[in-house]
Design a protein around this ligand. Sequence first.
Ligand SMILES: [Zn+2]
Length: 214
Amino acid sequence: MDASIESRVDREVEAWLRWVPRWRPGTHRARSRLCQQCFGSPVLRAAGLDTDVPHAVQHPLSMRIKTLVDDEVETYTAQNLPLLNRELGLIELRRAAQSYHPLEGLGPEFDGVDLDAPPTELDEPYLFTFEEFAPPPSADDPELVPPPLSIEEKAALKVEMRLADDYATLVGKRVCAALRGHKPALQNAVATFVEPHVQALLADLGSTLDPHSS
Ligand SMILES: [Zn+2]
């Protein structure tokens, strides 16, 4: 792990600080479910944005920090955890191979029909054909389905998964420590750019609810 985690946190905080003056309360309906990323987030707590801050203001910071942590763990895994890295690579390949199947989900009336109509003029080929998007005949490409792991490999993989977890925790702690240093600036930005909009909204709501105020 290098010292760049702190400087990356600095950059993400700066980007958020540049964005927040442009924030306006949304007119769309509030989401009905709690955001998995923000609710109870230690990152937001370290940043001092965990209470009385609209979710739409919290969320971009949580996501920026999440991406940073994910990137750091990915790099660490690629450099130090060969078994886990290979497994993750295979999962990614399988997902990519399954992402688009033009023949799936069609009604039975399309069974056996050519994917593309025959081109009318030989001089005017299609820009692309659905055939090109279809996966190769065998989705169970032997390269994508490696032989099952031996007991030793499984044990080694478990160790690597724990190491990746430990590393993620370590990065999280460093990120939170760095964020605590930015807490005054972050809270100041909320007080300056967010709070006035929230107060105006509440005042509007108050005058709508109170028939005597108009
Ligand atoms: Zn969120």
